[in-house]
Design a protein around this ligand. Structure first.
Ligand code: CA
Length: 234
């Protein structure tokens, strides 16, 4: 059975391009050009097989995609990827904190979109299964259950906070995690404004995990938004 994608995009050309490309990839695409269309398709699909993933543009003729995010999040855990031309970081952060799984800034490549979709779908799928406890990527192995981290076969010593921070990123590997989410989950809800903690500990982690800490390949910065641990090897 193919996975169904609700594509909410008012740009006719982009909508057609994405619909065609995703169909070729085997997805069933339901396309909406407005918030009203999207709401109707969502409600209709909910009575049938439901939607497996939503691609959501923000600037729509009858309102902001953000309004739809709130509606979708009320009911289901369907992954939502925001596709937007906006450059300011604020809406991105707000949307991620409000429950969007990821975002892509236009223009983006099809390869990047498909990769983000796979990660988002896998994460939703794994929510029903035991939590992610092991991460392996390019010589780095993180075993959360055994509390062990090794690089190229050599055990690494991490401080408790470094380990908690890495563990949080492992649980969302391949996905962006906002500064706010990281601070709340690692330090606690009262520390969400202390972004300097993050910079400090991310620097320490990079010094231990990256071949070139100034040019990180594992612990990636999403400027103004948060961090993303490189996707684990399949
Ligand atoms: Ca638009």
């Amino acid at each position: 059975m193919s996975l169904s994608v609700l594509l909410v995009e008012d740009d006719r050309e982009l909508r057609a391009t994405l619909r065609e490309a995703l169909t070729v990839e085997g997805y069933t695409v339901l396309a909406a050009a407005s918030l009203a269309d999207a709401r109707a398709l969502w409600a209709h699909a909910a009575e049938h097989d439901g939607i497996d993933l939503v691609l959501l543009d923000l600037g729509l003729p009858d309102g902001d995609g953000e309004e739809l995010l709130a509606v979708l999040r009320l009911k289901r855990s369907t992954p939502i990827i925001v596709i937007s031309a906006r450059h300011s970081d604020d809406p991105k952060i707000r949307l991620l904190d409000a429950g969007a799984d990821d975002y892509l800034i236009k223009p983006f490549s099809l390869g990047e979109l498909l990769a983000r979709m796979r990660v988002a779908l896998r994460h939703r799928g794994t929510m029903l299964q035991p939590a992610v406890t092991r991460y392996e990527h390019d010589g780095l192995v993180v075993d959360l259950a055994a509390h062990r981290v090794s690089l190229a076969g050599t055990d690494l010593h991490l401080t408790p906070t470094e380990f908690k921070l890495l563990a949080r990123l492992v649980r969302s590997a391949g996905q962006v995690v906002t500064h706010r989410q990281l601070l709340a989950d690692v330090w606690g809800a009262e520390f969400t404004d202390h972004t300097h903690y993050l910079r400090l500990y991310m620097g320490q982690l990079r010094a231990k995990l990256e071949a070139e800490p100034a040019d990180p390949r594992r612990l990636l910065t999403e400027p103004g938004v948060g961090y993303r641990l490189a996707e684990a090897a399949a």
